[in-house]
Design a protein around this ligand. Structure first.
Ligand SMILES: Cc1cc2nc3c(=O)[nH]c(=O)nc-3n(C[C@H](O)[C@H](O)[C@H](O)COP(=O)(O)OP(=O)(O)OC[C@H]3O[C@@H](n4cnc5c(N)ncnc54)[C@H](O)[C@@H]3O)c2cc1C
Length: 393
């Protein structure tokens, strides 16, 4: 039996941040992870450059059944605090659209920084460790039985992340521990994930893989404008990933493929100035030819503008600017970047991340019912929640 002050299950973003902070407080910290490597999602993140935070960090950038829950942690360990850490370690970074901050070189630098900080404060990281059982003793302390022996501590932090990318070590262990302690779970589903298509749309869009265009996509009250990418399986690209987290399965999405212009007015004007111009030729001023071919019926697209009625122009504009599409589904956890739902935030203190009813049991990061938008929000949530728990474990 190994004694410690704090056991953290999960050597990912939030678990490592929590370990560093607890270590700074001279707590004896053991981190347990079943993976061969720590921080695998950090390495994968941001296409290998880790979109580690965002300049604009608001509670509105997160989805949770308790929309206020994130506020305290985000303000106590903010994007600026994480930037200070990055600067201290001389990691160079750059800003992309919408305030997203990425490493100039590699996401490995972020992981190296975290592991270096862990080492400084003597955090004991055990990899390739299979967790068999978690129990709470009568004294209140927690025991974790593993294939590498048992560990005991007065604080247990569940930092096991969500269900996305099982190949990167995702498991439902965190949810099972919550259930074991009678903590409510919200149903989980994949977020920041590409859409698949229904068979007729798959046929219609079969020639488009690789095409990417600026688009505005709307579901209910939520609209995002970014690139949409047509793939062999369906629709992807940042705008689709964003909207996927707000998409109630089975709902129709509204796609505006020409968010910059009033197509109907442009068609009317062109009819006067260039009546002999073919509709297809005009549309390819704004959209890739293959996309025009897929979206507008051949006989109409091949006509000159002159004989087309204004009603027809409206129908064409509607089909490109109010394209109503019902996705077949999503690609699921296999490719999703995050998991929506999870441990109910109302059961957790927003200040300490400790379960309200179970002293010494903490939850951090994605295992909680907190899902950020695309753009560095999920990692900032991991840093902030891990940091907060680290002050109290
Ligand atoms: C491909 C991809 C790209 C992403 N890019 C970005 C990005 O650029 N910016 C951003 O903000 N977010 C990004 N995310 C999301 C972000 O990586 C996660 O939200 C964040 O890592 C969550 O941190 P966490 O500590 O909660 O969990 P994780 O970082 O997932 O860590 C959980 C840890 O728990 C371990 N674990 C799980 N189950 C068990 C078990 N049964 N026994 C022992 N250990 C276990 C895992 O091995 C893992 O090490 C991306 C995600 C993916 C999948």
């Amino acid at each position: 039996m190994t004694d410690a002050d704090v056991i953290i299950i999960g050597a990912g973003a939030s678990g490592l941040m929590c370990a560093i902070e607890a270590g700074k407080r001279h707590r004896r910290v053991v981190v347990l992870d079943h993976g061969k490597q720590p921080g695998r999602k950090i390495i994968m993140s941001g296409g290998g450059r880790c979109n580690f935070t965002n300049m604009n960090m608001e509670a509105d950038n997160f989805i949770s059944h308790n929309p206020h829950f994130v506020k305290s942690a985000l303000s106590r360990f903010s994007q600026w605090d994480f930037l200070e850490m990055i600067n201290t370690h001389d990691i160079s970074y750059h800003e992309r659209d919408h305030g997203q901050l990425f490493c100039n070189d590699s996401s490995e630098e972020i992981l190296k920084m975290l592991l270096k900080e862990c080492k400084k404060v003597k955090v004991d990281v055990h990899l390739e460790t299979t967790i068999d059982k978690v129990t709470q003793e009568e004294t209140g302390s927690f025991s974790v039985s593993t294939d590498q022996g048992s560990f005991q501590a007065s604080s247990l932090v569940v930092a096991t992340g969500g269900l996305s990318i099982p190949g990167a070590g995702a498991t439902p262990l965190g949810y099972r521990i919550a259930e074991q302690f009678n903590i409510k779970l919200w149903p989980t589903r994949p977020g920041l994930v590409p859409f698949t298509l229904q068979p007729p749309d798959k046929t219609k869009l079969s020639e488009l893989p690789g095409i990417s265009v600026d688009a505005m996509v709307t579901v209910g009250n939520h609209s995002f404008r970014e690139n949409i990418l047509f793939t062999h399986r369906g629709l992807s690209g940042p705008v689709i990933l964003q909207i996927s987290s707000m998409w109630p399965p089975g709902e129709t999405i509204n796609i505006n493929l020409l968010p910059e212009i009033d197509l109907e007015e442009i068609l009317k004007a062109a009819q006067s100035t260039s009546p002999k111009r073919k509709l297809k030729s005009l549309l390819t001023d704004f959209l890739p030819k293959r996309l025009v071919t897929a979206m507008v019926d051949e006989p109409v697209a091949d006509q000159a503008l002159q004989p087309l009625s204004h009603t027809k122009f409206r129908t064409i504009a509607q089909s490109l600017q109010h394209w109503q599409l019902k996705p077949g589904g999503t690609e699921g956890y296999r490719t999703a970047e995050v998991t929506l739902g999870g441990v109910d935030c109302n059961a957790i203190s927003s200040k300490t991340m400790e379960a309200r009813q179970i002293k010494g049991l903490f939850f951090t990061g994605e295992v909680l019912d907190v899902t950020g938008w695309l753009g560095g929000y999920n990692l900032q949530w991991a840093w902030s929640s891990g940091w907060c728990a680290g002050q109290y474990v």
